[in-house]
Design a protein around this ligand. Structure first.
Ligand code: PLP
Length: 357
């Protein structure tokens, strides 16, 4: 079975398991775990922030960041399909008491003009004050799309001007950095707080980081404890994350190349794939445009040995590459997917193929 459902489908490699087995550990709650301490130092440096806090999941990292940046009754602006708004079970309201203001977007990116128009500032007597803007890079809901660095910087500038805090949900920040060819810190330091996740493309069983200023991270540690996230010998997990920083960041480029190859081959074979949307490790399959329901397409692909998953877009499935997917898996998927979906090459594609020498 070729499991293209998500980059969370990775299984720790033997080398990662050895790093886990050899981890030096201590009591993380009282900051005596040397491996967690090392990971937090390295992550802060890598992200261009003063400090960082290790937590089990990216959801917890996001929720802690929002609690640090806002007070109950404040308003949070975020993209309407962002993980923070649609996949954390109302966490911003539950944990930080935030009002949420969803914005529509192009490819997961909203504009500074939209923020200017939406932000409610000053003493307005009876309306909530906007305090936080959250962006997601890469943006999961739109298919792993990247915020160009200049747009992140412009958003940060606007937030400073409007006295708003900027949170970056960078669960897949390293994919964005690799795809844009910039250091992760150049993107991450634009924001006041940033989340990264180790259990996606980086291949760890769990683990995430929230980073920010030293002062904000003191508060983040308190909320981590209050949310039940303070751990004991967590170096067992942090060792996998340190290993991933050393070995699994640059190789994300391979996942992107494989996704691109899959996308181009499927497009050519007549599967509904918009190549412009393929920027990182996600390929969206518009089976609706082929007259097949997502349920039927998923079943047919499963029977053909390929697992894909649904998206929030009607008629659209996704195939995601990750470190468990090899070139041979992509070859097999390129064969199996068009056949299972009964794809037909368009006349233009046939002509283009015929004129190729
Ligand atoms: C953009 C984004 N942020 C946060 C998360 C949350 O990660 P976790 O499931 O580890 O809490 C995800 C998970 O899919 C995600 O895609």
């Amino acid at each position: 079975m070729i499991d293209l459902r998500s980059d969370t489908a990775t299984i720790p490699t033997q080398a990662m398991r050895e790093a886990i087995a050899n981890a030096e550990v201590g009591d993380e709650q009282i900051r005596e775990d040397p491996t967690v301490n090392e990971l937090e130092r390295r992550a802060a440096d890598l992200l261009g922030h003063e400090d960082s806090v290790f937590v089990p999941t990216a959801t917890m990292a996001n929720e802690i960041a929002l609690r640090v940046l806002g007070e109950p009754g404040d308003e949070l602006i975020a993209e309407e399909l962002s993980h923070i708004l649609i996949a954390e079970l109302g966490g911003p309201a539950v944990h930080a008491g935030l009002m949420t203001r969803p914005l529509p977007s192009e490819a997961g990116r909203f504009t500074t003009d939209q923020v200017r128009a939406a932000a409610r500032k000053g003493d307005l007597g009876h309306v909530p004050t906007t305090r936080i803007v959250a962006i997601e890079n890469t943006h999961n809901g739109s298919g792993g799309r990247v915020w160009p660095l200049a747009e992140v910087a412009a958003m940060a500038e606007t937030c400073r001007e409007l006295d708003l805090s900027l949170h970056l949900d960078g669960a897949r920040l390293f994919n964005a950095a690799v795809a844009s060819g910039v250091e992760p810190a150049r993107i991450a330091r634009q924001a006041d707080t940033v989340t990264i996740c180790f259990s996606k493309g980086l291949g760890c069983p769990l683990g995430a980081i929230v980073a920010g200023s030293a002062e904000r991270m003191v508060r983040a540690r308190r909320f981590k404890h209050q949310f039940g996230g303070a751990m004991r010998q967590a170096g067992i997990v942090a060792a996998a994350c340190v290993y991933a920083l050393d070995h699994n960041v640059d190789r994300l480029a391979d996942d992107h190349t494989r996704a691109r190859r899959l996308a181009e081959a499927l497009h050519e074979a007549g599967v509904g794939v918009d190549l412009e949307r393929v920027e990182t490790n996600f390929v969206q399959l518009d089976v609706g445009s082929m007259g097949i329901s997502t349920a039927a397409a998923t079943e047919r692909l499963l029977a053909a040995g390929v697992r894909v998953s649904g998206t929030m877009l009607p008629g659209v499935l996704r195939a995601v590459t990750h470190l468990g997917i090899t070139d041979e898996d992509i070859d097999r998927a390129i064969e199996a997917i068009p056949r299972a979906l009964g794809a037909q090459r368009s006349p233009e594609m046939k002509n283009a193929a015929a004129t190729q020498t």
